[in-house]
Every structure is written in C-alpha cells, then in structure tokens.
Design a binder for this molecule. Structure first.
Ligand code: C5P
Length: 225
C-alpha cells in the first residue's frame, strides 16, 4: 500500500566516509523526515565510557548506559548526553579509535537499538548506520547501502577534517577508516553488511547531490507505483 511520504521509514547503512550522514541529512530536509544518526549514539556511549574511566570495564559501562539519557536536537545535528551537549566531543580522534570496540558489545547494542526503535516508531524517519537495514529497521520501506572505495572515503574524511582545522594526514585518516571497517565488518553481533533487499549505491565519483537525487527518485518512483 502506498504510504504518505511523511510516514515512510528509510534505513541506510555503509562504512565510514561513504557519505551516509550528509546524504541522509539532505534527504531528511527535502522530504521533511526525522534524521537519526545512529553512529552518534555509539559515539555518545564512548564519551560516557571515557568520562567515567570505564572504557574496558564493560559491566560498569553497561550499567551506566542503562541509566543515561541520549537525546538529539535540531533534527540530529546536536546530541546530548544527560542534558550536556557533546556534539563536538563525539568526533575526537580518541572516540574514533575507541568507538568500534565499544559498539561491538551486545548488551550495549541492545540498549541502543531499543532507543533507536523507539525513535522510529512513528515512521517519517531516515536512519543511518551499520545495522539499520539488517537489525534495527528490517521492516523499513526503503533500504540503501552506500559504499565507495576506501581511498575516496579517506579523501572525503580528510577534506572534512582539514576544513575543521584538525591536524592530521591522509595516511592517518585512511588507516583509521580501514581499522574501523575491519572491526565493524568482522564483529560477531550486527556486523556491517548490505541487507539482501537493500539498493546498493556506489558513491565513488558521485557528488552528494547526485546521490541525494538518486535516493529521492527511488523513493518517489516506488511510492507512486
Ligand atoms: O557512523 P559513524 O562513523 O559515526 O559510527 C561510528 C561507529 O559506531 C562505527 O564505526 C561503528 O563501530 C559504530 N556503529 C555501529 N552501529 C551503527 C552505527 C555505528 O556499530 N548502527
């Protein structure tokens, strides 16, 4: 049955630097959808771990996760941990290095996935991450898997960091992406993979706007059938 576009659920997965967050934010704006950055939630848990010195004390961290409040504002652009704005803190090199090890813990995933499903209950959402199409919203109306070569993904991330005056090198960024990909793809629980029914989009050599247009055209054409 055709759904009003404001009630649809779009799930999108892909590796770091595949363009998911920028694309999803733009699609959200154009279709007036809620934007859910699921990676930001695992990053928030990583900040929680660092602040409490429990990066490796997983049972303690699980207790903290069960009692913390993670909230978004400005349609996913800002993230708050227990009312504190941690939007900048979640993007530090320390968090980049730690997040995949924290995100692989099944009990942490259970808590975060429950929260994500609550956010998506009403529909009218585009959510992106590593397991949105496979685990969080297997019932999504539209599923996309975005990918690009690791070289291109590293170049994009490097350009983004340079524009934020972050002192790093392309080699460092590429190495960090490769390590994180490896961890996300090979972990036991909810590994990164394309859902069987996801539309795969290779974003190598494509602009953000081209990918956004493609996704909107897929949603519009299927929604009009
Ligand atoms: O999307 P982003 O790069 O911010 O995600 C940071 C990390 O959070 C990923 O490398 C992955 O380890 C974890 N993550 C996850 N499941 C998601 C989203 C992110 O495990 N749905």
């Amino acid at each position: 049955m055709k759904k009003n576009v404001n009630h649809i659920k779009i799930a999108m997965d892909g590796p770091a630097g595949s363009g998911k967050s920028t694309v999803a934010q733009k699609v959200a704006e154009k279709l007036d959808l809620l934007y859910l950055d699921s990676g930001a939630m695992y990053r928030a848990v990583t900040v929680l771990a660092i602040e409490n010195g429990v990066e490796t004390a997983i049972p303690e961290l699980i207790k903290l996760v069960k009692n913390c409040h993670i909230q978004f504002s400005e349609n996913g652009k800002l993230i708050f941990l227990d009312s504190k704005d941690i939007s900048t803190q979640i993007r530090t090199p320390e968090v980049n290095t730690l997040v995949a090890d924290i995100a692989k813990v099944p009990q942490i995933r259970t808590e975060i996935v429950r929260h994500q499903r609550r956010i998506g209950t009403q529909g009218g959402i585009i959510a992106e991450g590593r397991d949105l199409t496979t685990i969080v919203f297997p019932d999504a109306d539209y599923k996309f898997y975005l990918d690009a070569s690791v070289t291109e993904r590293a170049k994009r991330r490097y350009a983004e960091l340079l524009s934020q005056n972050v002192d790093t090198t392309l080699e460092t960024v590429e190495e960090e992406i490769r390590t994180r990909d490896e961890k996300d793809i090979t972990r036991e629980h909810s590994p990164l993979k394309a859902a069987k029914d996801a539309i795969c989009v290779d974003t190598t050599g494509k602009t953000i706007d081209e990918v956004v247009e493609y996704i909107i055209s897929m949603v519009s054409s299927q929604n009009n059938n």
